[in-house]
Ligand binder design. Structure first.
Ligand code: NAX
Length: 327
């Protein structure tokens, strides 16, 4: 048996946390031979800490063989200490009448603090995955605070968008989901992101040879993937939680599996026309456990270029809103 990995999770008593923690403890994220210690961090609010106690009781009641310990805390210094993975799920939701700029600022402050503390107390091999929205920009803010951990260690999640896109293509083509490959998400985790359908394959052929309805690909497909979160809120009365937790399991699992090709939001290297200072969804290949290289060279047509420019513009605007928070 390996030594336990320490996995810190913020927002652990929230909706996503409630789906996520059981998947981590069962081995879905790190595999059936990897024990874990969960370091659960909540806001210093009595109700949240009480709810966290209940979640920890349920984790105990699952008797997961791989779960070797649970830490519960409202102190980030305690929760991130020696953590190998820091899963930043907790964030302030956008309230009624709240401007996007206010959300960026409010959450930015949380991610400044967490970035600094992770850099100070997490393990030398620490990796960070950001889910709390606006995820790309929060990730950039946290990374900007780090002096010890390099920016490549900070990634944000666009995997839910990738999974949504894969599912939509399979439905349209009338094939099993597993026949769809290489559908990657570019840009922001927001309705502007671009699911690059032209490089996807279905049953080993180009997706565009199987789905020849270009108007559908450029219109309803992109729109359904981009606005899926809002559709789920409208139907369920609450935002995506189980699917978001599942996507985070996929994000980390694939980053720990060398050779895997998948989409994550990473520090841009200027490819695909992204500003080199933003965190953008891109296709990557996992090289060694927790590390990746950006895959370059996918050709983009005029439609794709216009979508990439739009999502890049939004990321650059978000960066400008929080410029004073970056060090
Ligand atoms: P909830 O409101 O259910 O839970 C958030 C939890 O975070 C709460 O328990 C709260 O007390 C805690 N929290 C707040 N500030 C904290 C802090 N400073 N330290 C530790 N904990 C803190 O939200 P949930 O539905 O779980 O969603 C969490 C975040 O994920 C939101 O920002 C949401 O917008 C974002 N999402 C991101 C997705 C993505 O694909 N990147 C998809 C799903 C989701 O919408």
């Amino acid at each position: 048996m390996n030594l336990p990995l320490r996995v810190a999770v913020t927002g652990a008593a929230g909706q996503i946390g409630y789906s996520l923690l059981f998947r981590i403890a069962s081995g879905a994220m790190f595999g059936p031979d990897q024990p874990v210690i969960l370091q659960l961090i909540e806001a210093p609010v009595e109700k949240a800490m009480k709810a966290l106690e209940g979640v920890a009781m349920e984790l105990d009641d699952c008797a997961f063989p791989l779960l070797k310990g649970i830490v519960m805390t409202d102190q980030a210094e305690v929760g991130f200490r020696d953590a190998n993975w820091c899963l930043l799920v907790g964030a302030k939701p956008r309230g009624p009448g709240m401007e996007r700029a206010d959300l960026l600022k409010d959450n930015g402050r949380i991610f400044i603090t967490q970035g600094r503390i992770i850099d100070a107390v997490a393990a030398d091999n620490a990796r960070v995955a950001v889910v709390g929205n606006p995820a790309n920009t929060n990730c950039m803010i946290a990374a900007s605070q780090a002096k010890r951990l390099p920016p490549e260690r900070f990634t944000a999640m666009v995997r839910l968008d990738q999974n949504r896109a894969q599912s939509q293509l399979a439905k349209k083509a009338g094939v099993d989901l597993t026949a769809v490959h290489s559908i990657f998400i570019y840009g922001n985790h927001s309705p502007t992101m671009f699911p690059a359908y032209a490089h996807a394959s279905i049953k080993g052929r180009l997706a565009t040879e199987i789905i020849t309805d270009t108007a559908w690909l450029q219109g309803p497909f992109c729109e359904t993937v981009g606005k899926r979160g809002a559709a789920i809120i409208a139907a369920r009365g609450a935002s995506s939680a189980a699917s978001a937790a599942n996507a985070l399991v996929d994000h980390v699992h694939d980053l720990m599996t060398p050779g895997t090709v998948h989409s994550i939001a990473v520090k841009s290297d200027g490819s695909y026309g992204f500003d080199p200072h933003v965190w953008a969804g891109m296709p990557v290949r996992t090289t060694t456990e927790g590390s990746y290289e950006i895959i370059h060279g996918y050709a983009m047509d005029d439609f794709a270029k216009s979508k990439l420019a739009a999502t890049n513009k939004e990321l650059v605007e978000e960066r400008a809103f929080v410029a004073d928070m970056l060090t």
